[in-house]
Design a protein around this ligand. Sequence first.
Ligand SMILES: NC(=O)C1=CN([C@@H]2O[C@H](COP(=O)(O)OP(=O)(O)OC[C@H]3O[C@@H](n4cnc5c(N)ncnc54)[C@H](O)[C@@H]3O)[C@@H](O)[C@H]2O)C=CC1
Ligand SMILES: O=C(O)[C@H]1O[C@H](OP(=O)(O)OP(=O)(O)OC[C@H]2O[C@@H](n3ccc(=O)[nH]c3=O)[C@H](O)[C@@H]2O)[C@H](O)[C@@H](O)[C@@H]1O
Length: 449
Amino acid sequence: MKIAVIGTGYVGLVTGTCFAETGNVVTCVDVDQQKINKLNAGEITIYEPGLEKLFLRNQKEGRLKFTQSLADAIVDAQIIFLALPTPPGADGAADLKYILGVANDLGKLLNPNNYVVIVDKSTVPVGTADKVHNAIVASATIHQAGKNIEHCFDVVSNPEFLREGVAVDDFMKPDRVVIGTTAPKAIKVMNDLYTPFVRQGNPLIFMDEKSAELTKYAANAFLAVKISFMNEIAQMCERLGADVDMVRKGIGSDDRIGKRFLFPGIGYGGSCFPKDVQALAKTADDINYDFKILDAVMDVNAMQKLHLIPKIKKYFNNNLKGKHFALWGLAFKPNTDDVREAPAYYMIDALLAEGATIAVFDPEAINNTISVYGNKIVYANNQYEALFNADALLIATEWNEFRTPDFEKISSALKNKLIFDGRNVFDPAQMQELGYHYESIGRKIISNK
Ligand SMILES: NC(=O)C1=CN([C@@H]2O[C@H](COP(=O)(O)OP(=O)(O)OC[C@H]3O[C@@H](n4cnc5c(N)ncnc54)[C@H](O)[C@@H]3O)[C@@H](O)[C@H]2O)C=CC1
Ligand SMILES: O=C(O)[C@H]1O[C@H](OP(=O)(O)OP(=O)(O)OC[C@H]2O[C@@H](n3ccc(=O)[nH]c3=O)[C@H](O)[C@@H]2O)[C@H](O)[C@@H](O)[C@@H]1O
């Protein structure tokens, strides 16, 4: 099939590449000229394990192309994906200006003689498929007066459930594909497109557009509830002397609860959970429904992101002025360079406000961080360099390479054998043996005092 993907960010690039991988001819569009130039030069623009190999192969074989021109990309396309940003507006609702802006452009460009399925892959509020449909028709009425555009397209909601860091696997082998449309022609096209991705029997779930749109928010909000619930259990553990790792294993082995997404830490971050929980709360607000759990989740997460700060302050008698910290991990989770809503940044801001200095290291997110913090913090070339002369090591992201470090190197570089771990990366028993003062989330404090 011939496919256009509008928006070539984390979702658009993975979507385009993976559809090319199953033999489709895909043209990705972006307004960012630098991005398109880089991609056309064979340079990948995001760090996502496994993506570069597929990107290069499909580009070489002519199945994956990049352009700035929407008009060129949609010529003869049977499917047009919208993978555009939906950032929070001032009131917390998803801002639809990118989506509706492109819908307006499509109204000018669609060919009334070619049927096309327009698929919304962005995370959008319930009712957006109708808005996109109406925006296209309104624009066509002005710019293509007299032509019968309304019958040449359907708008489908096909929310994306990939996780950054494992995006290629999630896309190629999805747990399920949710497709919101009741239009028979669109159902056929979407079924043909996705059949190669569900050969193991995972379902393609067809439903109406609104249910599909709400499914996406419900999934992200439910996962945020799960994480926040465990973060609150961790708070209880710290006060009661229980161990959250044991509680996690104890409840996770119950199939009804499941093992995944029960890891406590310094809160959830990223470009989606924070904005999507907020947007769903706003939708509830708009229809006068008081969605109490979502408000609690947002409060818990705001508190959790700064959970280590009072612990660090307590250790240093409430005075961090002049203290110097090493921080491992900047990305909002491992295996990505994405720093949007990264919990590490909340820690950096809080420590800088207390008068501390910080040296940071992350395997992939240093460049993105330089553009945010400039010379306010120090950037190390590797995890050990960050430790030099620091009063303590702080951990904000559980990259695998942090899991079994050289503890001798750590203790010889640090001023104190002191670690505050926001992702429960180390084993408290080992820390005790090695003589560290070690504080983590929901587990007992190891003291060397
Ligand atoms: N990042 C993720 O892991 C996931 C994101 N989503 C959703 O997918 C959507 C996109 O998210 P990301 O890919 O992370 O965003 P992103 O910000 O990485 O990418 C969006 C791209 O769209 C481009 N763009 C903006 N206006 C444009 C226009 N008029 N024409 C062409 N390109 C344009 C931007 O330059 C950017 O490259 C959002 O709604 C998000 O909630 C859904 C599932 C996973
Ligand atoms: O809509 C989206 O953008 C995506 O949002 C999340 O994916 P992502 O944000 O890439 O990463 P997750 O693995 O879900 O992690 C999100 C945050 O939760 C935190 N987390 C995750 C799991 C856990 O047990 N504990 C925990 O604190 C992570 O550290 C991270 O900060 C969802 O998992 C995807 O299904 C969804 O498509």
